[in-house]
Design a protein around this ligand. Structure first.
Ligand SMILES: [Zn+2]
Length: 267
């Protein structure tokens, strides 16, 4: 699944392609034909990311809401437009560029009330300048749920996905199964700062880089990580433990991140 930095990067890349222009909007695949008809010809006034949600704003007040989910993807190109590849749900064309969206989980038109309802369901997004970290702290400080699960819950805190989750907790020397309410305020502030720092690096490089002071790798996604998918800890050489929280793989070094006492393990 794309993590938050991917969506903010897409917003950043697509703004100069689309914003300020009247767009030709169609649904080559047909499943978004009605929405495309509604938006076709309108001027795009802004593109905004909230966690993993992307909002394209239009002059008439309508907003196109897209969530890529597990398999969705964006494809951008210059005009002239090539034939749509695969099932293109929505194609947006400015005078210069083509943006295709394939396989999103959500692709819908919202009004202002719908946008407000959506953004109030999403926790503070570590990549947004207007994010309020206090909102996430209020949820975490009261919760018996594992911090490793809370960091992935987009209604608590937005933008952190599966890889960042394991990496941030390792960097903060906190075991993923520690309950939210056992996390100190100081540790939470440190998690928030590290998440902002790492996701900003992710947006800039368009790759997940959680090792300090390195450039992206030459692998397909350019990732550079400490423990996610790794056999042993780069700090202490202990074998990395792999397990699941809420059906998603999580990694931890139980020397650097001592497990919680039994009483603290979430039920
Ligand atoms: Zn270690």
């Amino acid at each position: 699944m794309p993590e938050g930095h991917t969506i903010h990067r897409a917003a950043r890349d697509q703004r100069p392609m689309l914003v300020g222009q009247a767009l030709d909007i169609a649904s080559p695949q047909g499943r978004f034909a009605e929405g495309a008809d509604l938006l076709d010809g309108q001027t795009c006034t802004g593109i905004d990311a909230y966690g993993k949600h992307l909002l394209y704003r239009f002059a008439g007040g309508a907003v196109l809401h897209v969530h890529l989910g597990l398999f969705g993807q964006f494809r951008t190109s210059k005009r002239p437009a090539a034939e749509p590849r695969g099932a293109v749900r929505v194609r947006m064309m400015s005078s210069s560029h083509v943006v295709d969206i394939n396989g999103p989980t959500i692709c819908e038109v919202l009004d202002e009330a719908g946008v407000l309802a959506l953004t109030s369901r999403i926790g503070p997004d570590v990549l947004r300048a207007d994010a309020d970290p206090e909102r996430a702290w209020q949820r975490i400080a009261k919760s018996r749920t594992a911090i490793g699960q809370l960091l992935m819950d987009q209604s608590v805190i937005a933008g952190i996905g599966n890889i960042y989750r394991s990496e941030i907790l390792w960097r903060q020397r906190l075991h993923p199964q520690v309950q939210g309410k056992s996390v100190t305020r100081e540790k939470y502030d440190s998690i928030w700062r590290d998440a902002v720092n790492l996701l900003e690096i992710g947006v800039k490089n368009n790759a997940i880089i959680t090792v300090d002071g390195v450039k992206k790798s030459r692998s397909r996604y350019g990732e550079r990580v400490n423990i996610f998918g790794k056999p042993f800890c780069p700090a202490c050489a202990t074998d990395i433990r792999k397990f699941e929280i809420a059906n998603r793989r999580v990694f931890a070094c139980e020397t650097c991140q001592p497990p919680a006492p039994l009483a603290d393990v979430p039920t």
